[in-house]
Design a protein around this ligand. Structure first.
Ligand code: COA
Length: 194
């Protein structure tokens, strides 16, 4: 199953039907297609091509797997919010940190997110310790920010940027000599949890 590849400025992904117009525009340009065999003339032709591409995977003998080269500037959302809940028996063993560290790798490296946020009630000491152990920065303390279970509750907001996560991961790897299960959208971004 092909997963997107992200570079600092680009996202290499599968072609989609909403690419059809853009694809037709430049592939039918005589200047662009001067030395290429395939120069489509209609949206239908391109739509059929994109549909065919959806059926195949890379590295299939006898086929071309064509990637869309999209600008990440057009990506979104750039942020994700995480949250986590463990059953009581699973707490106090480092599972939460190990799981969230892997989720951070996925969000930053796999999905190309720029910022990850989490929020915690300040009375929730294990949660606060977890977020700080992951290298997240306390960015806000909102007083009586929401009503929950019959009372006004404070809300701590934590954040970490992709570069900060990579730097903390690298320094941890340097210290241990290898990769480890390390410890780190309020813009309407995606959410992972609970
Ligand atoms: C928030 C929550 C997920 C944190 O879980 P946790 O078990 O404390 O966190 P970890 O799995 O990372 O475990 C860390 C603890 O295990 C200890 N530990 C024991 N063995 C360990 C090991 N092999 N590796 C790492 N840590 C280990 C650590 O020392 C640490 O203890 P400490 O917090 O007393 O210093 C958990 O408390 C929870 O599910 N709470 C209920 C739901 C909730 O409130 N969620 C948060 C909403 S924002």
């Amino acid at each position: 199953m092909f997963a997107d590849i992200v570079t600092p400025r680009l996202r290499l992904r599968r072609l989609r039907q909403d690419d059809v117009r853009a694809l037709l525009a430049y592939r039918s340009d005589p200047e662009v297609g001067r030395y290429q065999v395939w120069s489509p003339e209609t949206e239908r032709e391109v739509a059929d091509f994109v549909a065919e591409q959806f059926e195949i995977e890379p590295d299939l003998a006898g086929t071309w797997f064509q990637l869309a080269i999209a600008l990440r500037a057009a990506d979104g959302p750039w942020q994700a919010e995480v949250g986590i809940t463990l059953a009581p028996w699973a707490q106090g063993r480092g599972y939460a940190r190990e799981a969230l560290a892997t989720v951070f790798d996925f969000l930053f490296d796999g999905l190309g997110k720029h910022r990850v946020v989490a929020s915690a009630d300040p009375r929730n000491e294990p949660s606060v310790r977890l977020l700080e152990r992951l290298g997240m920065r306390r960015e806000a303390h909102f007083r009586e920010a929401f009503w929950g279970k019959g009372e006004w509750c404070d809300d701590l907001v934590y954040g970490i940027l992709a570069d900060e996560w990579r730097a903390s991961r690298k320094s941890s790897e340097d210290a241990t000599g290898g990769p480890v299960g390390l410890g780190g959208g309020d813009d309407g971004g995606s959410r992972l949890g609970p």
